[in-house]
Design a protein around this ligand. Sequence first.
Ligand code: ZN
Length: 159
Amino acid sequence: MTSEIRFIADCMLGKLSRWLRICGFDTLYYRQISDLDLLAQAEQENRVILTRDHVLLKLSQQRNLKTILITYDLWEDQLKQVVQELNLKTPSQVLRRCLNCNEPLIKVDKTQIETQVPAYVLDTEREFSLCPRCGKVFWPGTHWVEMRRSLNKLFGEEK
Ligand SMILES: [Zn+2]
């Protein structure tokens, strides 16, 4: 499945990383990481490297690691580039992965998170997901609708 493809992005690609997570892709991103550490982790975990750095590209090619040199400045164009180069299917559902720590979210029942969510959200939302690592609760509120809309604008409506 294409959704099993995994990424590691260099320090310059924070926004792209966030959007790849929004799309459900396993994407590691560190604000600071040395080239050698990044290469080692990509190799160990079989991750596609996303970089804007020609030096890193060269190093990764010497190691035969799959790498995409991101050539655009805007995250919209960057995301399109990744999707096109790897021929990825953009996911039809968002909200599957924690935007902070990349962990897959777990669907939870209202009763499990009612102390962590504002009352008006409990009243108006029905689906909740929990990040098992950082404990953040997510729900498909208005900004998720906005994200979906942005993706639809980029890639066209899904199914
Ligand atoms: Zn988290």
